[in-house]
Write a protein that binds this ligand. Structure first.
Ligand SMILES: Cc1cc2nc3c(=O)[nH]c(=O)nc-3n(C[C@H](O)[C@H](O)[C@H](O)COP(=O)(O)O)c2cc1C
Length: 361
């Protein structure tokens, strides 16, 4: 499934599709799930965030399971929460292939997927069936919502809110994604008045449905600090419950070899280790600017106990990984959680919640 020596020689997107298909197969049977669970079970490091209990703070980042095809299998790989999507109102093929590249020397990926997904109605129907068949995961589930490519930013409020409405009963948390670099103009939604229109439209859905869900905003690492502060404050004024920092970056590191040079020459966003420093900086800045009162999800280059601990102590209440799963395989989840448990104990904290933002106080 995540047999790295084999998939590392394959086209990255084909390897990814194979992994999702096989995981989705494991997720269909209780024997399959028990097998994964026995291999990858992660330790407990409980934390309460957004009024919910998480077994530990580490979840699956958006983009890995775009259409929620393997939703039931992720907790058996050790994740304490799962984000599916990005989902758009209309079905989309995404950008032309190839659109996913590996830079092994930097442990980085470059992707220009462009929200390839079956569309909100189709994903909703699939999720209704999943719940009816008793295969809904028993961990918090988040849905990542993007803007459809065929609409412009003026129509973004109606586009986001339609997807939110379609998926309302099929996630505990919603991540409004204004930060993918692969949909032209999307990042302009960081601007306060555009953002406010999107959030107001989503708030109308929330009111109509009677609330009860957690609303998050996912930010770009390439926005200036000033813009990130104004977007996040606008988001909080409009009732957003938490911030996700960050999406992929358009910046390129200096390549270490020819394969990496080829990868970094492609269009799209870089994830993985080269993103670590900026993501951490953004987590830290948001934590400080919100006085530690708004939960932050740290994502970007987390691939070890050390990087997860840095994110946590800089202000992340929860964390997510994508690239580390590709480079290190699923055991990275339990390895990180085990390491975090030891760090909490060694540092004399009575719970992981006490360690959040400790470096920033
Ligand atoms: C192939 C790929 C597809 C992605 N798709 C999405 C997406 O649809 N929505 C989103 O918010 N982030 C998406 N991301 C970004 C990740 O959720 C995450 O923010 C980023 O990869 C940084 O984390 P990492 O360094 O652990 O990979 C995608 C990342 C990759 C590599």
């Amino acid at each position: 499934m995540f047999a790295r020596p084999v998939i590392s020689r394959m086209d990255s997107e084909r390897a990814h599709s194979m992994a999702i298909r096989s995981l989705s197969g494991f997720g269909q049977s209780s024997i399959g799930l028990r097998t994964l669970d026995a291999l990858y079970q992660s330790p407990e490091l409980p934390t309460h965030v957004f009024g919910r209990l998480f077994r530990h703070p580490l979840g699956l980042a958006a983009g890995m399971d775009k259409g929620a095809a393997a939703l039931s299998a992720w907790p058996a790989l050790g994740f304490s929460w799962v984000e599916y999507g990005g989902i758009t109102r209309f079905p989309q093929d995404g950008n032309p292939k190839p659109r996913m590249f590996r830079a092994d020397a930097e442990q980085a990926l470059v992707n220009s997927m462009g929200f390839n997904n079956p569309g909100a109605s189709s994903v909703r129907d699939q999720l209704i069936q999943r719940r009816a068949s008793g295969k809904w995961p028993n961990v918090p589930v988040a849905a990542n919502i993007g803007r459809s490519k065929k609409v412009d930013n003026e129509q973004a409020p109606a586009d986001y809110s339609a997807t939110l409405e379609a998926l309302w009963d099929h996630a505990d948390m919603f991540v409004l994604n204004i930060s993918s670099p692969n949909t032209p103009g999307l990042r302009d939604l960081h601007e306060e008045s555009s953002l406010s229109s999107v959030l107001k439209a989503c708030n109308s859905v929330k009111e109509m449905k009677g609330g009860g869900k957690t609303m998050l905003l996912k930010l770009s690492p390439d926005a200036s600090d000033e813009d990130l502060l104004s977007s996040s404050h606008e988001a909080l004024r409009n009732g957003i419950d938490g911030l996700v920092a960050t999406n992929t970056t358009l910046k390129r590191p200096v390549p270490k070899n020819t394969k990496s040079r080829h990868a970094f020459a492609q269009n799209g966003g870089v994830s993985g280790r080269p993103l670590q420093e900026r993501s951490l900086e953004v987590v830290s800045m948001l934590y400080e600017s919100t006085g530690g009162k708004v939960p932050i999800v740290g994502v970007g280059g987390i691939d070890s106990t050390e990087s997860a601990w840095n994110s946590l102590t800089s202000g992340a209440s929860l964390m997510q990984i994508y690239s580390a799963l590709v480079f290190k395989g699923p055991s990275v989840v339990s390895d990180i959680v085990r390491g975090l448990r030891a760090r909490v104990r060694e540092s004399g904290f009575s719970s992981i919640e006490e360690a959040v933002g400790y470096n920033n106080t």
